[in-house]
Design a binder for this molecule. Structure first.
Ligand SMILES: *[C@@H]1O[C@H](CO)[C@@H](O)[C@H](O)[C@H]1NC(C)=O
Ligand SMILES: *[C@@H]1O[C@H](CO)[C@@H](O)[C@H](O)[C@H]1NC(C)=O
Ligand SMILES: *[C@@H]1O[C@H](CO)[C@@H](O)[C@H](O)[C@H]1NC(C)=O
Ligand SMILES: *[C@@H]1O[C@H](CO)[C@@H](O)[C@H](O)[C@H]1NC(C)=O
Ligand SMILES: *[C@@H]1O[C@H](CO)[C@@H](O)[C@H](O)[C@H]1NC(C)=O
Length: 375
C-alpha cells in the first residue's frame, strides 16, 4: 500500500531491530490472529463495512478497521517494512507476499463467547487451509513465464512459513460477552478455560505440520478503562470502585488475573515445545501507561472518546438514523484522544502502543519483535 523510500525502510529496520549488534531474525512474513483490535478488513468482508468516520484519518475512507486510522498490527507491519497485512477473506486488492491477517472483529478465544461466532481455533484452521492452498498454487505456477510470476508475486513463499512470525491478540470479547450475559464472578470462573483454549491451539500449531515456529502473544489490555465498557458495567454495579484515572478496578483485576494465568501457561508451553519461541507481550501495561500519562502525552481526558457518544444510550461511531443521516459523528481532532469510539483506540494511541511494545521492553523473554526467533 505504501511506497517505501530507502530512508523510511532504514528507519523501520532501526525501530524494529532494537539494540544495535543483535542480529534480527529476518522474518519474511507476519501472520496475525485476533479480534476487533487487529482486524484489517475481515469483519467488513464477512458482514458489513466499517463505515466512516472509521478510517478517516489515515486511509481517508473505510478500511475495515475499527479506528480512525491504523491498528497496532499495521504499525508492526510498517516497522518491518512490509505492506499492511491483507485480511484473509478480503477479495479486493489482496497481497499475501508478506503474510495475512485472520483477525476478525467480534471474535473470541471461544467462539460461542464472542460476537461473531468464530473462535481462535477456527482462525488457526483458516491459516492451515491458507498454507495448503497457497503452497499448491505457488507450485502450480512453477514455470518462470512472466504471467505466472505476477500471480506468484502476491503469494507467500512456501518455504517461508516456518520462518515467519505469528502474532496473536485475542480475548477481550470473551470478557465483554460473558459480562453482558453473566456476572463478573461467573466471568472470572471462566478464566482457566479461556487460557486453555488460547494456549492449546498455539501449542498445536507450533508443533505439527503447520510449520509455525515463532509466535508473539499479546496479553489483554485494560478492559476496565474502555469508556463504553465502564458505562455498561456501571449499569451492573453502580457502586463499583474506580481508580484515579476512572477505570473500573474490578474489571482490570479480572483481565490481569487472565494475564497472569496466560503467562504461566505460556511458560509451560515453552517447555513442551523446545524448538519454538513464544514471546509474551504485556500490552496491558503499554495501554495503561498511555492512559495514566494522557495529560503529559497531550491527550484529552482518557475517559472521553472521539466518535459516537454514550449518554443514556450508546450511539455507535458511524451509526445512521432511519433517514440515513450520520448520528455517530467524530470529534474535530482524533489525535487528541486515546479512545476512538469508546471501545477501540485511535491511530495516535495505537502508534504509541506499538512503539512501546516493539523494542521488547514489555516482552518476556525481553527480545524485540525483530528478534523473537531467539530461543
Ligand atoms: C468488537 O466488535 C463487536 C462487533 O464487531 C462488538 O459487538 C463488540 O462489542 C466489540 N468488542 C468489544 C470488546 O467491545
Ligand atoms: C504457468 O506455469 C504452468 C506450470 O509450469 C504452465 O503449465 C503454464 O503454461 C504457465 N502459464 C503461463 C502463462 O506461462
Ligand atoms: C460492586 O462493586 C463494589 C466496589 O468495587 C464491590 O465491593 C462489589 O463486590 C461489587 N458487586 C458485585 C456484584 O460485583
Ligand atoms: C528440535 O530440533 C532438532 C534439530 O532440528 C531436532 O533434532 C529435535 O528432534 C527437535 N525437537 C523437537 C521436540 O521437535
Ligand atoms: C522501548 O521504547 C519505549 C518507547 O519508545 C521506551 O520508553 C523504552 O525506554 C524503550 N526500551 C528499550 C529497552 O529500548
Amino acid at each position: 500500500m505504501a511506497i517505501w523510500g530507502l530512508g523510511t525502510l532504514l528507519f523501520a529496520l532501526i525501530l524494529v531491530g532494537g539494540v544495535a549488534g543483535h542480529p534480527s531474525c529476518g522474518f519474511p512474513a507476519i501472520y496475525s490472529f485476533g479480534d476487533n483490535n487487529s482486524d484489517t478488513g475481515e469483519h467488513a468482508a464477512m458482514f458489513a463495512d466499517v463505515g466512516l468516520p472509521n478510517g478517516q484519518t489515515f486511509f481517508h475512507g473505510p478500511s475495515g478497521r475499527y479506528s480512525d486510522g491504523r491498528v497496532i498490527i499495521d504499525f508492526i507491519a510498517e516497522a518491518f517494512g512490509f505492506p499492511f497485512l491483507s485480511a484473509y477473506l478480503d477479495s479486493y486488492k489482496t497481497n499475501y507476499r508478506h503474510g495475512a491477517n485472520f483477525a476478525l472483529g467480534g471474535s473470541a478465544i471461544r467462539g460461542e463467547h464472542g460476537f461473531s461466532h468464530t473462535s481462535f481455533l477456527q482462525q488457526v484452521f483458516q491459516f492451515a487451509q491458507f498454507k495448503t492452498r497457497t503452497t499448491a498454487l505457488f507450485n502450480k505456477l512453477g514455470s518462470d513465464a512472466a504471467k505466472n510470476q505476477s500471480a506468484k508475486s502476491i503469494l507467500p513463499r512456501p518455504e517461508e512459513f516456518r520462518k515467519s512470525l505469528f502474532i496473536i491478540d485475542i480475548g477481550q470479547n470473551d470478557f465483554a460477552f460473558d459480562l453482558q450475559h453473566t456476572s463478573l464472578e461467573d466471568t472470572r470462573k471462566q478464566i482457566p478455560e479461556m487460557v486453555k483454549s488460547l494456549v492449546e491451539p498455539i501449542s498445536m500449531f507450533l508443533n505439527g505440520r503447520y510449520e509455525a515456529r515463532h509466535s508473539v502473544i499479546h496479553n489483554i489490555g485494560p478492559f476496565g478503562c474502555l469508556p463504553y465498557h465502564i458505562k455498561s458495567y456501571q449499569k451492573k454495579n453502580s457502586t463499583c470502585a474506580l481508580d484515579q484515572y476512572g477505570c473500573v478496578k474490578e474489571l482490570n483485576e479480572a483481565v490481569q488475573e487472565f494475564n497472569r494465568q496466560l503467562k504461566l501457561k505460556i511458560a509451560e508451553a515453552r517447555k513442551a515445545n523446545p524448538n519454538a519461541t513464544i514471546t509474551y507481550v504485556d500490552v496491558y501495561s503499554a495501554k495503561y501507561n498511555l492512559i495514566s500519562n494522557a495529560k503529559n502525552l497531550g491527550f484529552e481526558d482518557p475517559m472521553k472518546f472521539c466518535c459516537g457518544s454514550y449518554n443514556d444510550q450508546y450511539v455507535r461511531c458511524g451509526e445512521q438514523d432511519s433517514n440515513g443521516k450520520l448520528i455517530g459523528t467524530a470529534c474535530n481532532d482524533p489525535s487528541k484522544y486515546i479512545s476512538w469510539d469508546g471501545i477501540h483506540y485511535t491511530d495516535a494511541a495505537n502508534k504509541l502502543v506499538a512503539k512501546r511494545i516493539l523494542n521488547g521492553s514489555l516482552s518476556d523473554p525481553p527480545v524485540s519483535y525483530a528478534e523473537a526467533c531467539r530461543i
